[in-house]
Design a protein around this ligand. Structure first.
Ligand code: PEP
Length: 250
């Protein structure tokens, strides 16, 4: 089986005024050079910057949204639909990030609706899953993530319409990461579950690791079996750091 093309996606969270477009421009320039190797590079800025970012990158990198509402339009003050993000040029939408799950009480069922909304708009959802520290200490990480996968991913997933990000909650923004063995075990587990449910095509679903990925640990983590890229938070805000992570694929 041919390994899928890796994806390195930056999640800017609630960071970035228009002055930050310089960094996006620098990321686009770097991604177009040989340094990024074979990886597909994407940035998910706040929705307020998406339209400006699309003008800045000129197609050199992919763009994504950080969340969407399940509906196409309607009386949902403050929300943004997948169609609106698609119109701005988003190829991806992060759904089910642990910060959405904890800040806004998002359930797996809602995350699944959001993933379907992304499909409806022709956008690929990056479905985030991951255990808390207590769940890992109790030995329940595989079970918790398996259930999140089952309940957050709609039927009909394929290698072309789905990306999954494994983000242990306790590794996000903490500087801590699981051992390479634990990452390998989880990614192998997710791959097995996806193939059981969706068939051999799921061998091509990209499984990203996320949680404190930095230039110093990127090549080690991205070399682990069934890790097909990274979802990067803090280290994606500076072009220099983010490109150094992309270089793991050069
Ligand atoms: C994230 O929140 O998606 C993430 C991976 O954050 P960080 O890289 O900052 O841990």
């Amino acid at each position: 089986e041919k390994a899928p093309r890796p994806l390195v996606a930056g999640n800017w969270k609630m960071n970035g005024l228009s002055s930050a477009l310089e960094e996006i421009g620098a990321i686009a320039d770097g991604a177009a050079s040989e340094a990024a190797g074979d990886a597909e590079v994407a940035i998910c800025p706040p929705a307020t910057l998406l339209v400006l970012a699309a003008e800045t990158v000129g197609g050199a990198i992919a763009l994504g949204g950080q969340d969407c509402h399940p509906k196409e339009s309607g009386a949902h003050t403050g929300d943004i639909s997948a169609e609106m993000l698609a119109e701005l040029g988003a190829s991806y939408i992060i759904v089910g990030h642990s910060e959405r799950r904890s800040d806004h009480g998002e359930t797996d069922a809602l995350v699944q609706e959001k993933a379907k909304a992304a499909w409806r708009a022709g956008v690929v959802p990056i479905v985030c899953v991951g255990e808390t520290e207590a769940e890992r200490l109790e030995g329940k990480a595989l079970e918790v993530v398996g259930r999140q996968l089952q309940d957050s991913i709609p039927g009909g997933a394929t290698a072309d319409n789905l990306v999954v990000a494994y983000e242990p909650v306790w590794a996000i923004g903490t500087g801590r990461t699981p051992t390479n063995e634990d990452i390998a075990e989880m990614h192998g587990h997710m791959r097995k579950l996806l193939i059981e449910r969706f068939g051999a095509n799921a061998e091509g679903v990209r499984l990203l690791y996320g949680g404190s990925v930095k230039p110093a640990n990127a090549s080690e983590i991205l070399a682990i079996a069934d890790v097909n890229g990274a979802l990067v938070g803090g280290a994606s805000l500076k072009a220099k750091d983010f490109l150094a992570i992309c270089e793991a694929y050069a």
